[in-house]
Design a protein around this ligand. Structure first.
Ligand SMILES: NC(=O)c1ccc[n+]([C@@H]2O[C@H](COP(=O)([O-])OP(=O)(O)OC[C@H]3O[C@@H](n4cnc5c(N)ncnc54)[C@H](O)[C@@H]3O)[C@@H](O)[C@H]2O)c1
Length: 242
């Protein structure tokens, strides 16, 4: 018989929980029975999640002490959704922004993993899921620095997967294509006919929904995905097939 609540004894930490994808991930994990701890920058977006019965842990992931403090209570599942996206011609690259991209997109998930993986391996069960981007696999003009940090997650997750597989912990990367979120709408609306060009290029002829990313994350966190580790999965309507 299929267990309708396969994560009922699991505690999940979700960063970037106030984003559209983050909220969908929190909902998907809660639906699978997990006890969800939602983290994001303090503010109304995070507060809105209170009504959904999740525990709130505000934190600025660009601060190393705040990231470490976030891990004071062990978690069985980490879903790293928080991200900072910045679009500009690389020749105009601002190194202050590169530092911010590195801190939020790569250093924070690395630190969270360092803090959480020990207890996971001791308990013999854990799930690490990193939200990267299809631009990390295929490239995207205007997103060189962002893509570099998101691509770092691929090598990182594969290496961690090898370190912890025998202890029952998996590490995987999920690469969204173009998902219909407030942030992607903001980027698309600010860039001429980008939306139309993308819709022509995406074989599914539509943008993805946050829930479609979240259901793949949910599956990666279930016991059924115990043998699935070190993998990179794109949820992208077929725009890249690598
Ligand atoms: N929407 C897309 O099409 C798309 C495509 C590829 C990848 N992604 C990735 O998916 C994730 C979610 O994207 P989204 O479009 O839902 O919304 P988004 O890009 O707005 O989400 C980013 C989240 O990270 C949080 N965040 C930013 N800086 C932070 C900091 N210093 N400390 C703590 N939290 C911080 C934000 O508050 C926000 O909730 C991001 O990592 C993004 O890079 C999105």
């Amino acid at each position: 018989m299929v267990d309708p609540l396969p994560l009922s004894d699991r505690r999940a930490l979700v960063t970037g929980a106030a984003s559209d994808i983050g909220r969908a991930v929190c909902a998907a994990l809660a639906e699978l029975g997990a006890d969800v701890v939602a983290s994001d920058l303090p503010g109304a977006g995070l507060e809105a999640l209170r009504q959904e019965g999740v525990e709130l842990r505000p934190a600025d992931l660009s601060s190393m002490p705040e990231v470490v403090a976030l891990c004071s209570t062990p978690a069985d599942i980490l879903v790293s959704v928080a991200g900072f996206a910045h679009v500009e011609r690389f020749s105009a690259g601002d190194t202050t922004l590169w530092d911010k991209l590195w801190q939020i997109n790569l250093r924070a998930p690395m630190l969270l993993t360092r803090e959480l993986m020990g207890p996971m391996t001791e308990r013999g069960w854990g799930r690490l899921v990193y939200i990267s981007s299809d631009s990390a696999r295929a490239g995207a003009a205007g997103e060189a620095a962002y893509s570099a940090t998101k691509a770092g997650l691929l090598g990182f997750a594969k290496s961690i997967a090898r370190e912890v597989a025998a202890a029952g912990v998996t590490a995987n990367v999920l690469c969204p294509g173009v998902i219909d979120t407030a942030r992607s709408r903001e980027i698309l609306d600010g860039h001429g006919n980008m939306r139309e060009a993308l819709l022509r290029a995406i074989p599914a002829r539509r943008l993805g929904e946050p829930a479609e990313v979240a259901s793949a994350v949910g599956y990666l966190c279930t016991p059924a995905a115990a043998y699935l580790t070190g993998q990179v999965l794109s949820v992208n309507g077929g725009i890249t097939m690598v």
